[in-house]
Design a protein. Sequence first.
Length: 287
Amino acid sequence: MDDNALRYDDMSDKNLFIKIKKEEYETSGLIFSSHWHEQIQFYYFTRGNAVIRCNSRKFEVNANDFAIINSKELHYIENIGGSLTLYMIKIDLTFIYSNKADSIQAQFLTPLSQNFILFENVVRNDESLLRCVNRMIHEYFTKEIGFELAIKSQVYDLIVILLRGYVKKICNENELKSQLLLLQHFKNVINYIENSFTEKIDLEKLSKIAGFSKGHFCRLFKRITGMSAIDYINNLRINKAFDLLKSSDLNITEIALSCGFSDSNYFSRIFKNHKKISPMQMKKQSR
């Protein structure tokens, strides 16, 4: 799925094998909505609190937590603590290949680059990993002579740390193909929800887009996202409404209608359930 929230085209040298971007947020809310990547991606949190959902699992992360999003994991990140600072790290793992194939490449590097090895999603209280990541970030932004070599050595160290302590699963080729096929079925569904959340959305239409029966679709959707299709739609609508409450002059009813809710009372109830604050209180705070 295309990731519109994370754009690496404005990040340093495009020919470098690693891209690091620092992001800072001062208000709570969704950082980016559900999507997935073909390659592994890392997030290092240095300030604040956030929630990450990876497939059906949900994690709260804090300063000094290191998050790993494996290939083809449907995920989103939401800022829940006001001021939030994180580093987005993207590494092209093919750069560690050597011209001459050897047992190291066959045993570790090829499975990593082909996404057969899946890691735990959150790493906490690992001083060796944090030292490694902080050195990597320092070298990336200071760019002293030989910084490419320094970063490369830290990437190797990071891989070793993850392999020794945080492997969640080693997949076979059939499992990866099955996961990719399932995500492709739901890619159009998620795109449709993103583009049509202001309209009435029914489960019959979504199940037809996915190519499954209604019952099978509902079971698979919850398995992939960790929530029912209705909860997923409401969550998206609430986050859109959250942004409007902070930035627009629309009243509560207008915001509810513009986000796909036909009943403002229902909207207020769902909003408070999600955000632990009423839309009216949210609007007053923003003012």
